[in-house]
Design a protein around this ligand. Structure first.
Ligand code: HEM
Length: 541
């Protein structure tokens, strides 16, 4: 596309370039087959079925508009949203001026599901709950979860081993594994979804799909009479389970006061029940659990799905060899993976983080401005933009993560080693206030938003940053390393991107899975020792 043609004619509001959703069709940036247009229903446009009509996920459309400017206002019928994919502006909104924004439309659609859980919570509730929930993710609890990750990992290995040479939807398997893990870790509930189906599991997915549809819908169709019958039924199934788990736990803790505490229930719920003050109701605990269930389940599964998808591409064969060599040398034949093991497998961790860069979960962060805000001196093109109260804002993580000005000309390429070697960023971007990505600033298990000065926000950043980042990195490292040690994977079909709360493979991630015999540690040609001698790498591991 010729960028100049995007700008003519260009409207500006508060110094922000304005485009309409129809411009993209005018520019020919989206090619919709006539057949698809005729088949689609007009109501789809307004009820979140945009991708069904265009065949293109929303974040890819938004990325095409980015040729205009890293900050623009997109008008969609009566609604408008300021789309931002500029690291300096992202840092301003997530960290410096976090109090000027709330979760807007996201909070509205999630409230019926998560109530006053952290993600949709208003600022006052959020402040109190965040302070009370943070200690629940303490180091010991996290370390204890490693046994759970391995237990579920072994279940997944057994499932695949019983189906030699078959084609398996690995995305579905990852969803099952992460659902089993989050259920047990957060509220001591056995979904057992690797091996069975149940109405509770169906309800989890139905509720999540409905939340996604509502978030991308222009009209609140769910407020129409009878518009929520099916959703209400699924919610009832989930509510009954969560409410009874909370009641059971409260009962258990109160009867145990004088006795020896019950062994085997090391869940987050138990910690919260034991630590709760007078003001925390059972309903609040239920909302917290529901939030964790939804926030920590498909996100992790998506990360594993895209890491496996990329690692098994022919062009990444040499890198995969190095990852396997690392896994073989660290894990040997052990069934239970420790924290030290994960620390010693930087290639595994960075394979996952690079997957998060290319396929961020969620692909955009949603905010609404509460108090007038000024974005001054942000980005190379912007000189003072005003965001008015009530304005919806979207931080376009997908575009940020693929911005060549930050990541260099190979921004679209899967290259986990970039985190050791790359300090990208164009001079103009750095002049605009972006400090750059610095491998020396990587402190924990993965390069977070601080190492990248908000040019990379895999788990968000600032006050509302993800609470489960370490949990997710540990969980996915354990599962991926066990699978790469025990199996070889070969893509059995092409993959089409779809968008919901995460980016997913629309027809699944179909893989031919074959058992991989145990390898002597130093057999592979690319020894992990050679990699580990890299000074940067050993400093982050
Ligand atoms: C928030 C990503 C796993 C719990 C967030 C946010 C992101 C994110 C980007 C910030 C949303 C925003 O600012 O609007 C991810 C990814 C994960 C993951 C990519 C997996 C790879 C988890 C897990 C848990 C969890 C495993 C719980 C065990 C939460 C909670 C919040 C959150 C509670 C809300 C924090 C707040 O508002 O204070 N996550 N997450 N996440 N995440 Fe995660």
């Amino acid at each position: 596309q010729n960028v100049a043609q995007f700008f003519v004619p260009m409207k500006w509001e508060d110094n922000i370039p304005v485009v309409s959703v129809f411009d993209i069709f005018k520019w020919g940036a989206v090619d919709i087959p006539m057949e698809r247009l005729l088949q689609s229903k007009l109501t789809d446009v307004f009820t979140g079925g945009f991708q069904d009509i265009t065949g293109v996920p929303v974040f890819i459309l938004l990325h095409r508009y980015m040729a205009l400017s890293p900050i623009y206002k997109l008008c969609i019928g009566p609604r408008s949203v300021v789309v931002i994919s500029d690291a300096v502006a992202v840092k301003h909104i997530l960290r410096s001026e976090v109090g000027k924004y709330d979760k807007g439309i996201l909070a509205e659609v999630l409230k019926p599901i998560m109530g006053k859980g952290l993600i949709p919570a208003d600022t006052i509730t959020w402040l109190t709950r965040r302070r009370q929930l943070k200690p629940a993710f303490h180091q010991k609890w996290l370390h204890d979860q490693l046994t759970l990750y391995s237990t579920v990992g072994n279940r997944l290995v057994a499932f695949l081993a019983a189906r030699p040479g078959q084609t398996i939807d690995m995305q579905e398997r990852f969803c099952s594994a992460s659902l089993d893990i989050i259920g047990k870790a957060v509220f001591n509930y056995e979904f057992g979804s690797i091996t069975r189906e149940s109405p509770v599991i169906q309800a989890v997915y139905a509720v999540m799909r409905e939340a996604e549809r509502r978030a991308s819908s222009i009209v609140p169709y769910w407020q129409l009479p009878g518009g929520t019958r099916e959703f209400d039924q699924h919610m009832k199934v989930l509510d009954d389970v969560l409410t009874s788990l909370v009641e059971q736990c409260v009962q258990q803790v109160s009867t145990e006061e004088d006795e020896e505490p019950q062994k085997g229930n090391n869940s987050l719920l138990r910690f919260l029940v034991e630590a709760r003050g007078q003001d925390v109701t059972n309903q609040q605990l239920r909302d917290d659990l529901m939030t964790m269930l939804i926030a920590g389940h498909e996100t992790t599964a998506a990360t594993l799905t895209w890491a496996l998808h990329e690692l098994t591409k022919p062009e990444n064969r040499d890198f995969l060899k190095r990852v396997k060599a690392e896994v073989d040398s660290v894990l040997g034949l052990r069934d239970f993976i420790t924290l030290d093991d994960v620390k010693q497998m930087p290639l595994v961790r960075y394979s996952l983080v690079e997957a998060l860069r290319l396929y961020p979960a969620p692909p955009m962060l949603i905010r609404r401005c509460l108090k007038e805000d000024h974005l001054t001196g942000v980005g190379p093109f912007s000189a003072g933009m005003t965001i008015k109260p009530g304005q919806d804002v979207m931080l376009a993580t997908w575009s940020l993560n693929r911005d060549q000005r930050l990541w260099g000309p190979d921004a679209d390429k899967y290259n986990p080693l970039r985190f050791y070697t790359a300090v990208h960023g164009s001079p103009e971007y750095k002049a605009a206030g972006w400090a750059g990505f610095d491998p020396a600033r990587v402190r924990g298990l993965y390069p977070d938003e601080n190492a990248a000065d908000f040019g990379f926000i895999p788990f968000g950043g600032g006050g509302r940053k993800c609470m489960g980042d370490q949990f997710a990195i540990l969980e996915s490292s354990v599962l991926l390393s066990m699978l790469l040690r025990d199996f070889s994977f070969e893509a059995a079909d092409t993959v089409t991107l779809g968008m919901g709360a995460t980016i997913f493979a629309k027809e699944g991630l179909m893989m031919k899975v074959t058992a991989r015999p145990p390898q002597p540690p130093d057999q592979d040609e690319a020894s992990p020792v050679a990699v580990a001698s890299d000074a940067l790498l050993s400093s982050v591991a």
